[in-house]
Write a protein of this length. Structure first.
Length: 259
């Protein structure tokens, strides 16, 4: 895979899958615009990208602190990226949040927060940047979840938001395919990141990870780099005939029945 002279915009880049993906793109030669709410996290990711960069010509990643749930921030992200690099080859919509809640316990504010962050942000940032991707025959890679393919209790709004990402991916692929723009997404299973840590205590998170042995065919949880590799593959020319595809990166969890 080679991203020399390619410009990649990546959201949710301060930690987890996003941080690993940023570093992987840097190793492959990409020029990066990285987005997150955490300025400190972005700085750390940028430092790691510089250390791993394929060439000095890539320059330092362009850091954008912003909230993808807000329209005005998304507009700023799109505008500033194009102002900086004059083009865009890959849009990686990775930012997302997870909160627990059922049909009885999820309030409207929480539901809206999940939809705005996980789904609406991908729609609006893509809408803003499709004109640029058409110019470069670029592509979009969205981060969804196994929760978009399977239903799990107590994460109702999250499941719905990720199912929306899966359908959004297919729709965009159909609409832009004839004009040379691809759109795919990855559906991670349990990955060792801070995503679930935000609503589980330490013991709860340890038990959550232990369960991966029984809920994933490979009998383990995944690492961020394992998802990052697939994102980069889908964004690369090696995937030139792949579009509208949802790829589970889940250790076989999507193929299993409950046990």
């Amino acid at each position: 895979m080679n991203f020399t002279n390619k410009v990649v915009l990546l959201t949710g880049a301060a930690s987890g899958i996003g941080a690993a993906t940023a570093v992987r793109f840097s190793e492959l030669g990409a020029k990066l615009a990285i987005v997150d709410l955490s300025a400190e996290g972005l700085k750390k990711t940028a430092e790691n990208c510089i250390k791993c960069a394929k060439s000095k010509d890539q320059g330092e990643p362009f850091q954008i602190v912003g909230d993808v749930s807000k329209s005005e921030d998304l507009e700023c992200i799109a505008k500033s990226t194009i102002k900086k690099y004059k083009k865009l080859d890959v849009l990686a919509n990775n930012a997302g949040i997870m909160e627990d809640g059922t049909i009885e316990t999820t309030c409207l504010e929480q539901f809206d927060r999940m939809i705005h962050t996980n789904l609406r942000s991908q729609f609006y940032l893509s809408l803003l940047l499709v004109p640029e991707l058409l110019k470069t025959k670029g592509n979009i890679v969205n981060t969804s979840s196994i929760c978009g393919m399977r239903s799990f209790p107590n994460t109702l709004a999250y499941n719905i938001s990720k199912a929306g990402v899966d359908q959004f991916t297919r729709c965009v692929a159909l609409e832009l395919g004839e004009r040379g723009v691809r759109c795919n997404c990855v559906n991670p299973g349990v990955i060792y990141t801070n995503l679930q840590k935000r609503y589980l205590d330490e013991n709860g998170y340890k038990e959550f990870l232990k369960k991966a042995k029984y809920t994933h065919a490979l009998a383990r949880y995944g690492q961020p780099i394992e998802v990052a590799n697939v994102i980069c593959f889908l964004a690369s020319d090696l995937a030139s005939f792949i579009t509208g595809h949802n790829i589970p990166v889940d250790g076989g969890r999507h193929a299993m029945t409950p046990r």
